[in-house]
Design a binder for this molecule. Structure first.
Ligand SMILES: Cc1cc2nc3c(=O)[nH]c(=O)nc-3n(C[C@H](O)[C@H](O)[C@H](O)COP(=O)(O)OP(=O)(O)OC[C@H]3O[C@@H](n4cnc5c(N)ncnc54)[C@H](O)[C@@H]3O)c2cc1C
Length: 424
């Protein structure tokens, strides 16, 4: 564990987690679980999206998926219970970091945050500060703090996988509305990935109209790309929509995630038209979705072609391509790491180039869209690497990542610690 302050992602809204031990208010509003019940849910294999017998009653570290809120955060809160010399973090819920200040040498010195319930403002000094507010709020915090931006790349270079979706009407029951959200992925290195995704009827209906390609047969907004063998490109309307919804469990949907280029034109800045909120000027997200690079467009078209072909080979009677507008389910690289100081904000260790002792550990630190896959595990792995760097560089610690046996967040020692701490 490193001793650092960070505005961090978590289960509890907008917390600040601090390991300096000087923050007084630790108010995690975590529900308690009835651990006295029989059949304790200690087997992680039972807590997948669809297979869990008691997912709602499981200790928080055994909940489905491995988001930070159910993995790193419960581990950090109970570190003293499962790790030798481990120190638990202090987690302050409902706190919103509003400013990072620097010292006379331009190094990060303190974080100021505001408590949502009371409006109280607190400032704490730290030896190192980690921003992890996500791809929109991290650059916003940087810009609202007036931190340096000499090359103009703070907030820029947003990648979003230029998503699309291709849906087949299959001659068999797909269980689309009943099964897990997603159970497989096909990677095409250098191009992107395809992911079959189950959808509830409501989501299906909404996404059927979520198109940038207009109404099939009437107009297409001049979008690049083609049908690649699909019967329709664009919004489903009238009889087509009725047919799709009447057969919602015969639909097989494949989401398309493109390995998209980092382009400076896409990114986050401060809005000059919306009024500031209680945390200062609000962010403005800009994506020139009809002006992507030729490589990005080519990658997406290739993936759509692969999805159509896959569905046809599986026997699809009809295939629809939605041609989605920006649907920012994955976002990355707005505070990107890079080898060159000309087009990056962070150096190769995720430390800010122009503000020492300031690190970024969320998706915005990624150098690019990492090729198209779901990004969270990569970001968590990068955050682990960054934590080790901070520990060595600013706390005189020793490397541990490739020397110690990693402890998984679903390890029984963590489960026991979480249960004993009453975390649900
Ligand atoms: C519907 C949906 C489904 C997804 N499914 C997957 C998936 O299956 N697999 C996958 O890998 N990815 C998935 N993603 C993407 C995944 O959610 C992101 O990759 C991940 O959450 C990004 O983590 P982050 O730390 O960058 O940002 P976030 O998770 O957004 O964390 C930022 C945190 O900082 C807090 N915060 C913001 N500003 C401040 C501030 N000023 N002070 C204090 N706190 C602040 C926020 O409240 C938030 O908790 C999905 C996304 C969506 C929307």
């Amino acid at each position: 564990m490193v001793s650092t302050s960070c505005c961090s992602k978590a289960v509890l809204g907008s917390p600040i987690s601090s390991m300096t031990g000087r923050t007084s208010k630790a108010t995690p509003t975590i529900r308690r679980v009835d651990t006295s019940a029989s059949d304790p849910p200690t087997d992680p294999s039972r807590h997948g999206c669809a297979s869990s017998r008691r997912p709602l009653g499981a200790p928080i570290n055994l909940k489905a998926k491995r988001s930070t809120s159910v993995s790193y955060i419960p581990m950090a809160l109970t570190a003293d219970r499962w790790a030798r010399r481990g120190k638990p973090i202090t987690l302050i819920a409902d706190a919103f970091a509003v400013r990072v200040d620097t010292d006379g040498h331009g190094a990060a010195r303190s974080v100021t945050w505001r408590l949502g319930r009371t409006g109280e403002v607190h400032t704490e000094d730290a030896r190192a500060i980690v921003l992890a507010c996500g791809t929109v709020e991290t650059p916003r915090l940087w810009l609202n703090s007036g931190l340096p931006n000499p090359n103009g790349w703070v907030g820029r270079g947003l990648t979003d996988h230029f998503v699309d979706a291709v849906t087949g009407m299959m001659p068999f029951d797909t269980g689309s509305s009943r099964g897990p959200g997603c159970g497989a992925r096909i990677d095409f290195p250098g191009v992107g990935m395809l992911e079959p995704v189950g959808e509830t009827p409501g989501l299906r209906a909404a996404l059927s109209a979520f198109s940038d390609a207009g109404i099939p047969g009437f107009y297409d907004n001049g979008l690049p790309g083609g049908a690649h063998g699909a019967d329709l490109v664009g919004r489903l309307l009238g009889k087509d929509l009725k047919e799709a919804m009447a057969n919602v469990d015969r639909l097989l949907n494949i989401d398309v995630f493109t390995d998209d280029d980092v382009e400076m034109q896409n990114g986050v800045s401060l809005s000059s038209s919306f009024p500031p909120d209680e945390h200062g000027p609000v962010p403005r997200i800009e994506i020139h979705h009809r002006n992507r690079s030729a490589r990005t467009i080519g990658n997406r078209e290739f993936l759509v072609g692969q999805a159509v072909s896959l569905l046809r080979k599986l026997g699809a009677k009809k295939v629809y391509r939605i041609n989605k507008p920006p649907f920012i389910i994955h976002s990355h690289s707005t505070m990107r790491m890079g080898l060159s100081a000309d087009d990056s904000v962070l150096d190769g260790s995720a430390e800010a180039r122009w503000v020492k002792r300031l690190f970024v550990a969320d998706n915005s630190a990624l150098a690019n869209g990492i090729g198209g896959p779901n990004p969270t595990l990569t970001t968590q792995a990068l955050a682990t690497r960054t934590a080790e760097i901070i520990y060595i560089r600013y706390f005189g610690g020793h490397p541990w990542v490739d020397r110690e046996e990693p402890v998984s967040s679903v390890d029984p020692v963590v489960t026991r610690a979480v249960v004993r701490a009453g975390l649900a």
